[in-house]
Design a protein. Structure first.
Length: 413
């Protein structure tokens, strides 16, 4: 048995570790996550899907409550072929275990244990200690003992139930879970005027029919929020009592048209020629760089969107808006240049993706800075600035604008 400790985010992050393991070949994977949030499940779903396609059995044991996990995301897990067991978290009974098991009969098996929440921040950027325990084939008995201890401690008490599509619908009807929920960071008044990022707020869907005009007062206070849909409820921390506001559809449409993130108000997106962004493992996928849609929302002119895009299927058969382009890629550490006339921009609900097979040759790294420079309508240059080079500090200074839901910041020129 070999034990390693990782400091997140200094050494690596949990998402990177889980993603790497899910790409390997294991017999079974067990993900135990108390207070599981949609944001973490959404990030890891593509890796889980690939594992299942490689004949790995994947099971989730989750703690659910109406503020964290939705019907939509759980249905996606079931439809992919995952087994899901759940416990409804209450004030009296909460499931808080965070442990991840990777089991292989003819090779190493692994257990990861962390105190970080199963949320986007908890598995990517938040500070936490991750323990990795590796069991070689001849120590499989010890791995089974650890797994049995988990199973007996949770399941003998009969506190967990198997999730099916019928039971999922029942939970939604009873109001135990909601249809959809997205985690976003909403600046409090202190954050708004001091520039300090402190709290975390939730935008959720609820089933109550409360309607009020107080939402307009929030706008008058210059508090920036994300709008999801007609059922959205905004919970703003830092205003004293919790405020829940149901939006009418016409109010929502007006706010969506007029909303601008406060850090971006003085940025001229129409005239921008360069996007500067520090990467993390969340935003790197083999031959792809993924920009969160939160920062590309106002960059349509820069990315020639939507005029030069058409619907095109990817390798999985998913159809997305796509633009073909010529991309010159420069890696500064070794001063190497790659040309790719078959590169693509791909628009998905969560990310704006730059796809090039040359990224596989470069081997993108956590904390690299990428500079995307527009030279013409279908011609761009992509510079990769390594963290150990002198240039890095220079371009890091340009990244001053916050990204909602992330500790990363970006810049434009």
């Amino acid at each position: 048995m070999e034990v390693k400790f990782y400091n997140q985010p200094k050494d690596t992050n949990l998402y990177g570790l889980l993603s790497d393991r899910l790409r390997e070949s294991f017999d079974k994977v067990l993900i135990c996550a108390g207070f599981a949030k949609d944001s973490a499940i959404d990030i890891i779903i593509p890796d889980v899907e690939n594992a299942i396609k490689n004949n790995t059995q994947v099971e989730f044991i989750l703690g659910l409550d109406k503020k964290n996990t939705s019907k939509d995301i759980l249905l996606r897990l079931l439809n992919m072929g995952c087994k899901v067991r759940y416990h409804l978290n209450t004030d009296e009974s909460k499931f808080e275990t965070r442990a991840y098991f990777f089991e292989k009969a003819n090779g190493f098996s692994y257990i990861y244990i962390t105190g970080g929440k199963f949320s986007e921040g908890g598995i990517t950027n938040n500070i936490s200690l991750i323990t990795e325990i590796a069991y070689p084939k001849d120590e499989r008995k010890n791995f089974n003992m650890a797994k049995a201890a988990l199973e007996s401690g949770m399941l003998e008490a009969d506190l967990f139930s198997d999730l099916t599509e019928n039971s999922l619908n029942d939970l939604a009807k009873m109001g135990e879970i909601v249809a959809r929920i997205t985690e976003r960071k909403i600046p409090s008044i202190k954050e708004r005027y001091s520039g300090e990022a402190t709290g975390e707020s939730l935008i959720s869907e609820y089933s109550d029919e409360k309607e009020t005009n107080d939402y307009k007062e929030l706008l008058n206070k210059n508090i920036d929020i994300d709008i999801l849909d007609e059922e959205s409820v905004i919970t703003q921390q830092g205003l004293g009592d919790e405020v829940e506001h149901k939006l009418k559809s016409e109010e929502k449409e007006e706010v969506v048209r007029s909303k601008i993130v406060h850090e971006e108000k003085n940025l001229n997106f129409d005239e921008m020629t360069t996007l500067i962004f520090p990467l993390s493992k969340v935003y790197i996928k083999d031959d792809e760089i993924r920009f969160p849609s939160a920062i590309t929302l106002n960059m349509n002119t820069f990315f020639e969107y939507p005029s030069n895009y058409h619907m095109e299927p990817n390798e999985k058969g998913e159809i997305n808006e796509t633009m073909h382009l010529t991309l010159e890629i420069i890696e500064n550490e070794n001063n190497t240049t790659f040309g790719d006339e078959g590169a693509k921009y791909i628009v998905t609900p969560k990310y704006f993706i730059v796809k090039s097979e040359k990224f596989n040759d470069i081997k993108l790294k956590d904390n690299d800075i990428v500079r995307v420079i527009k030279e013409d309508a279908n011609k761009y240059r992509c510079e990769i600035i390594r963290a150990n080079t002198n240039e890095y500090k220079i371009w890091e200074e340009f990244c001053k604008t916050s990204v909602k839901g992330s500790s990363k910041k970006f810049g434009i020129m």
